[in-house]
Design a protein around this ligand. Structure first.
Ligand code: MG
Length: 166
């Protein structure tokens, strides 16, 4: 059997006034944005955690703590790029990633192609290896009241081909 591993990533951020809404590096027009130490890109954070989890490399909070001023306002795509470096250093590459964003508003479908492309570019994979979906929570609970956005991601990684021993 091929050396493949899976991981899951889940994240939540509050929606507040006065912040841009950034998901997978795309700035999405909306009256509010996500609150966080970085750009609060909840989707990308879930992807980072899924990949780190698959590789057995802890989680985003361990590597990029919100107490570290280095990461204040940082683009989460930069964190994802660093996750890729860590993954490759551990001998793995991304197989595929699947994400579901839970947001009452705004409608994300028009932005999905651009978001997939951005994540694929950062991870160095084909767009077909990245899938993004969005759903609402049908008005139930805090997410249903539009108080925040959540994202769930799963990732499969595979052992990169090794050079034959000499
Ligand atoms: Mg987060």
């Amino acid at each position: 059997m091929a050396d493949v591993r899976t991981g899951i990533g889940i994240d939540f951020h509050r929606l507040v006034e006065g912040r841009p809404l950034i998901l997978a590096g795309e700035t999405i027009p909306h009256g509010k944005g996500l609150l966080g130490h970085s750009d609060a890109d909840v989707l990308t954070h879930a992807v980072c955690d899924a990949l780190l989890g698959a590789a057995g490399l802890d989680d985003i909070g361990v590597h990029y703590p919100d107490t570290d001023p280095t990461y204040r306002g940082v683009s989460s795509l930069k964190l994802l790029a660093d996750v890729r470096v860590r993954l490759e250093a551990a001998g793995y590459r991304t197989g595929n990633v699947d994400v579901t964003v839970i947001a009452e508003r705004p409608k994300l479908a028009p932005h999905v192609p651009a978001m997939r492309q951005r994540l694929a570019d950062v991870l160095g994979v084909a767009v077909s290896q990245i899938n993004l979906k969005a759903t609402t929570s049908e008005g139930m609970g805090a997410l249903g009241r539009g108080e925040g956005i959540a994202a769930w991601a799963v990732a499969l990684i595979e052992r990169a081909a090794r050079c034959p021993d000499t």
